[in-house]
Design a protein around this ligand. Structure first.
Ligand code: SF4
Ligand code: SF4
Length: 395
């Protein structure tokens, strides 16, 4: 089924938001939650958080439709949402417009069952249940762990406090599957991507800001994300959670009608955080997971799974770019970074939140070498083949 996406370019981002939403024939009656991306309390010049002008426009649009707007968010692990709310400039907007802001990290948590491919329940603020619809307002950014962070990834942010890191610890593929699962339980009614400024390179906090003057909006989060990726010059099939969501019928990647700009004319090649080696590694990982799935219920399954997970396992290390701002100490959920900005690898659980949060991209990931990974995979496959030939595989 055809999905509709509006792509509006206008330096006046308030007007651009109105034009983008009005083309979509949205029904914004009832209690409407506007969920921005208030990731971390860094300077607004970094453009890591949603532009308050877009939220202001959405508040006015919801009221024009007869709806009751609310704004709510829970920031990155270890970060006080209310600090980000103030620093980003959103507090002024909500107070001027007399709109209630909810810090989901300060609400009562509840468990919600998920019939997902990986996640079977998520913990969120109970308050989320009282809204009729959600408008997700992410920023267009590249992401050092998931490639990009757009509409679907913004919904992962509804998880309560440290619950957010659970998926990070399961490895890259499971993080993508989990993002899709969460979008099945809390599908945004409308996604409005803030590309007034975008981030390229080592986003979502330490990337380079690019002025785009764009708003991308859709009722279909997958189409909104796929369109944003095309504008960023990145194949939408390349980011696992967008591709998986399309395969699961959650939204459309191909059959999209664009209102507004010709995206070929506004496309700009974004610096992508993944090197070619990481892409090769990801393909190997994909292959390994499929191989593992075929061994389900056998004693080899766990061995293969562990090998594949080890292949994707990364560990952070601090480089000489470190400016000792101590942001990583605040966000580390396991107190694995000390005052001298040294990582205690016995405590580190490789969630990579510190890498995501470092404003100076001074944290890099070190990985198992391709040679070692290939050796381990080969040994594992030979063991499986040997067992299969001798008829012992399923014993
Ligand atoms: S590693 Fe990054 S976040 Fe940590 S202290 Fe250094 S500059 Fe700050
Ligand atoms: S030091 Fe380890 S545990 Fe702490 S945030 Fe970084 S990756 Fe996660």
């Amino acid at each position: 089924m055809t999905s509709y996406v509006s792509v509006i370019k206008n330096e006046n981002i308030y007007d651009a938001t109105f034009s983008a939403v009005e083309k979509l024939d949205a029904d914004l009656n009832g209690k409407i939650l506007i969920k921005p991306n208030l990731t971390l309390d860094v300077s607004p010049h970094r453009h890591a958080c949603t532009n308050p002008e877009i939220v202001k426009a959405l508040i006015d649009i919801v009221r024009n439709h007869g709806g009751e707007p609310f704004v709510g968010e829970s920031s990155m692990v270890g970060c006080d949402t209310l600090k980000v709310y103030e620093k980003s400039g959103l507090k002024k907007v909500c107070e001027n417009r007399n709109v209630k802001f909810i810090d989901f990290n300060r609400c009562k948590p509840i468990n919600i069952p998920v019939d997902g491919d990986f996640v079977d329940e998520i913990v969120v603020a109970e308050d989320l249940k009282k809204f009729d619809k959600i408008i997700s307002v992410p920023v267009m950014k590249t992401h050092v762990i998931t490639g990009v962070t757009l509409g679907m990834k913004n919904m992962k942010g509804i998880q309560y406090k440290n619950e957010k890191i659970k998926l990070h610890e399961k490895g890259m593929k499971m993080l993508h599957v989990g993002i899709v699962d969460i979008n099945t339980v809390f599908p945004p009614y409308l996604t409005v991507i803030d590309a007034s400024y975008a981030q390229e390179g080592e986003g979502p906090v330490g990337g380079n800001a690019i002025k785009m003057d764009l708003v991308i909006a859709s009722r279909d989060v997958v189409s909104a994300d796929a369109t944003a990726r095309r504008i960023m010059g990145i194949d939408p099939y390349e980011v696992a959670h967008i591709k998986m969501a399309w395969e699961r019928g959650i939204g459309e990647i191909e059959d999209i009608k664009i209102y507004g700009e010709n995206i070929d004319k506004i496309r700009r090649k974004f610096k992508y955080p993944f090197s070619n080696l990481k892409r090769v590694k990801y393909k190997l990982f994909d292959f390994g997971m499929d191989f593992t799935a075929k061994l389900k219920g056998t004693t080899e399954e766990e061995r293969a799974y562990k090998t594949v997970m080890k292949l994707m396992k990364t560990q952070p290390y601090i480089t000489s770019k470190c400016k000792k701002c101590k942001k990583c100490i605040d966000v580390c959920p396991y107190n694995a970074i000390n005052d001298e900005i040294k990582i205690d690898y016995k405590k580190c659980r490789a969630c990579m939140i510190c890498m995501e949060a470092c404003p100076f991209h001074a944290i890099k990931s070190k990985e198992i070498s391709m040679l070692k990974a290939t050796k381990e995979i080969s040994i594992c496959m030979l063991r499986v083949a040997g067992k299969a030939i001798s008829g012992r595989l399923y014993k």
